[in-house]
Structures are given as structure tokens and as C-alpha cells.
Design a protein around this ligand. Structure first.
Ligand code: ADP
Length: 414
């Protein structure tokens, strides 16, 4: 099946076409035909794409909104000019998988989209007002162009964490706030945590029941998950993606009273404080320079800048604190898995986070850690009792696989 994977945000759109089926999923032999993204939706947009082989190419087009961007991309992929031999016209797109940010308490797993599912996604708009509307637009536009017969599947960022027990997902607030407004921990990055957990099992030849792991997704957004016997037991992002680890521009955990203190002292509205915590904090806020970890590391090496060092130290300390907390939540773990742009590519950050964790049986092998950049690899020493792995995430691949499995009513191995 040629599956178009769509991740539509309010001003950007990411897409891939992945050819896969049940056999290829079992053998981990899916075929990525192309990938690309659209930036600058709402004006003169830039569309970058790369075919399976060959260099990346860029074109520009005037795209007024998300619907226009999705329509442009779908028609472009299916056109002669695109250059994919597997896709000559619209009928060669066999299914569409959509990343949907928020599934609330309605969706525990990926769902074949019909009107009821679409209504459910719309009902979650108040939980993700910036994201779910674009996802709905992506679904409706694909349906308009490809027709009702082409199956579309929604894969939710929150679904994997629906297994959290009440003690992990409820905040210690008056209970009626949960009942009235669904204020609770949902967690995000679920597709990523689920994917690397399944790769870990595959690499070690273990079943779900035999694995208790902690996954650290460290990208621009960062989150940790405690995964016990294949199910998410706890995760660091909360009702929104703001809670938990330090991120590129998000603060992660802080004393909630600080919100009103900042509002008062800086004469800001609550929504301005919200923006500050989401967009001007984290690595960017502490360093005062950038949210980009690679740049921070280069700056630290060159100038030993104090605030850059602090930003990195706070980032790593918070991650280590979560490791300790989740070891306690799970009663110990077999392994920790690093993923996301930073987790996959930065031996230095992995080493900083893992340092001083010998008490828990965690020892990184310096050579293996150094060599594990952008590839699946065990990075702990042979005598480590808490193993460590670096495993590149691939959310789009899992979305394509879920799309195939849900369409064929098969159980997904991940
Ligand atoms: P997103 O969350 O937007 O998908 P990514 O997962 O791509 O982002 O992660 C982006 C982060 O990964 C940036 O901070 C970037 O600097 C960092 N990163 C990428 N490669 C490296 C590297 N080699 N060393 C350190 N950090 C890296």
C-alpha cells in the first residue's frame, strides 16, 4: 500500500509517502518513497521535498491556508512532474495516515476515520486549539480530493498514554475540575515513545511483557515516558506539552504560583505569560542565545559561556531527575532509550544525563556512545544492569504502519 502520511500544523505541513504492507512491517522493510514539508502557509510558501533517492528540491507556491497546502501537496505528488514511478495518479495513493495531536480521553488507539471519529477529533479542539483544527482540515481536504473510498486513519499523539493509571494522570486539584473540564495529564509524543519502545523490543528479541523501559524523547520538544510491559505508566508532558522536561523554548516544570508572580511583576496578561513559558523559556530563555542544542554545544566549546553551560546543565539535570523518578514509579527498569534530535545525535548530552547513575546500574560505554549518532545502538557497557540505547524515532513510519493495520483490521505489533 502507498500510504500518504500527513502532519498538518497551522503554518507548516510535513508529508511522506511510505510503501508498506503487513509483510514489510514484520520484516521492518518499509519503503519510504518521498518526504517533504511546506513552510510559510498563509503566503508565498516554500515546499521542500526529497524522493527516495536524489537531492532535495525546493519549489514555491502561493498557499493561502492549510487546505490549500494539503491540496497542493496531494496533487503535486500524484502528478507526472513529481517523479515517483510508484505514483502516477491519485488512484496510486491507497490510504492516508494523519498525525492528530489530541485525542483526549476518546481515543486509546489509532482510528479509521469516519464521521463519528471526525466529530470526536473536533470535540477535542478545546484541548488543542492550535493543532486539532489543522488536523481536521487536513482530513477533510484529503477526503475531498481522494474520495470517501480511500481509507484515512488518525494516529493520536496522546493515545499511547491513555494507559496511565489515575494516580499518574490526575492532578491534585479539586476533582470537579477534571469532571467539568477534563483537566488531567494526557501526555504527548506518544507515537515516538511507542515506536522506540517497539524497536527496543525488536532489537533485544523481547516481548512486551518482558520489557520495562524509560524513553527520553529529546528534540525541540522533550518528554520522558515510563513504559511498563509495553504500556505507558507515566509521562512528563501534561494537559499540554508545557510540563516536564526542559525543552528548546518551553520551561517544563515550575512552581505554578510563578505564573501570577510574572503576570504581576512584568505587567503581563495570563496569555502573555503562557507565551513566555512556551516560546521564550527553556534552553533559549536560560542561555539568552538559542533553542538549538547543537549551537549551544558549539558555543560552550568555543567560549565557555556561563549561561549556555547553565542551560545545558539544567536541561540534563531535569532529565536525570525524571529517570530517577520513573525508576521509582516502575520499581526499576531494564533500559533507558534516548531518541529525538538531541537524544539520537548527542553523545555529550546522553553522557551528562547518565552521569552519576551508577547507583542504578547505568554505565555508558564511552566509545559506543560516541559512535552512536543517528543510528540504533546499545550504548551501555556489558556490565551495566540498566541498559542504555540510542534509537532514532520515526513517527511517520509508525503512522504509515498503523494506517495499514487499522485499514486491514490487523493488530499492530507496536
Ligand atoms: P523537533 O522536536 O522539532 O522534531 P528534533 O527532534 O529534530 O526537533 O530536534 C531538534 C534538536 O536536536 C535541536 O536542538 C538540535 O540542535 C538538536 N540536534 C540535532 N542534531 C544534533 C547533534 N548532532 N548534536 C546535538 N544536538 C543536535
Amino acid at each position: 500500500m502507498n500510504v500518504l502520511v500527513v502532519n498538518s500544523g497551522s503554518s507548516t505541513l510535513k508529508f511522506q509517502v511510505i510503501a508498506t504492507d503487513l509483510d514489510r512491517i514484520r520484516q521492518h522493510q518499509d519503503d519510504r518513497l518521498c518526504r517533504g514539508d511546506v513552510e510559510g502557509i498563509g503566503g508565498e510558501a516554500t515546499i521542500r521535498f526529497r524522493l527516495r533517492t536524489g537531492p532535495s528540491q525546493t519549489i514555491t507556491a502561493s498557499l493561502a491556508d492549510v487546505a490549500a497546502a494539503v491540496e497542493y501537496v496531494v496533487r503535486w505528488i500524484a502528478s507526472d512532474r513529481f517523479g515517483l514511478p510508484e505514483i502516477k495518479n491519485l488512484s496510486d495513493i491507497h490510504a492516508v495516515g494523519h498525525r492528530v495531536v489530541h485525542g483526549g480521553e476518546l481515543f486509546q488507539e489509532s482510528a479509521l476515520i469516519d464521521d463519528k471519529v471526525l466529530q470526536g477529533i473536533e470535540n477535542c479542539i478545546d484541548l488543542a486549539p492550535l493543532h486539532n483544527p489543522s488536523n481536521v482540515t487536513g482530513i477533510l481536504t484529503a477526503r475531498k480530493i481522494l474520495g470517501n473510498e480511500v481509507p484515512q486513519v488518525a494516529v493520536f499523539d496522546t493515545a499511547f498514554h491513555q494507559s496511565l493509571p489515575e494516580q499518574a494522570y490526575l492532578y491534585a486539584l479539586p476533582y470537579h475540575l477534571y469532571q467539568r473540564h477534563r483537566i488531567r495529564r494526557y501526555g504527548f509524543h506518544g507515537t515516538s515513545h511507542r515506536y522506540v519502545a517497539s524497536r527496543y523490543r525488536a532489537l533485544r528479541g523481547r516481548t512486551r511483557d518482558e520489557t520495562n523501559i524509560i524513553t527520553l524523547h529529546l528534540g525541540n520538544g522533550c518528554s520522558a515516558a515510563a513504559i511498563k510491559r509495553g504500556a505507558s505508566l507515566d509521562t512528563s508532558m501534561g494537559m499540554t506539552p508545557l510540563e516536564g522536561l526542559v525543552m528548546g523554548t518551553r520551561s517544563g516544570d515550575l512552581d505554578p504560583a510563578i505564573v501570577s508572580v510574572i503576570a504581576q511583576k512584568e505587567e503581563m496578561s495570563i496569555s502573555e505569560v503562557d507565551t513566555l513559558l512556551n516560546n521564550q523559556s527553556g534552553l533559549l530563555g536560560v542561555s539568552g542565545l538559542t533553542n538549538d542544542m547543537r549551537e549551544l554545544q558549539a558555543e560552550l566549546k568555543e567560549h565557555n559561556n556561563r549561561r549556555v553551560r547553565l542551560a545545558i546543565e539544567i536541561f540534563c539535570y531535569r532529565a536525570r531527575k525524571y529517570l530517577g523518578a520513573y525508576l521509582a514509579s516502575m520499581g526499576g527498569a531494564d533500559a533507558i532509550v534516548f531518541t529525538g534530535g538531541i537524544g539520537e545525535n548527542s553523545p555529550d548530552i546522553r553522557a551528562r544525563i547518565s552521569s552519576g547513575m551508577e547507583w542504578a546500574g547505568l554505565r555508558l560505554d564511552a566509545t559506543k556512545n560516541h559512535e552512536a549518532v543517528g543510528r540504533e545502538s546499545k550504548i551501555s557497557t556489558e556490565d551495566s544492569t540498566l541498559l542504555a540505547y540510542a534509537i532514532p524515532t520515526d513517527e511517520e513510519l509508525l503512522i504509515a504502519r498503523d494506517t495499514v493495520c487499522v485499514t486491514l483490521h490487523e493488530t499492530h505489533p507496536a
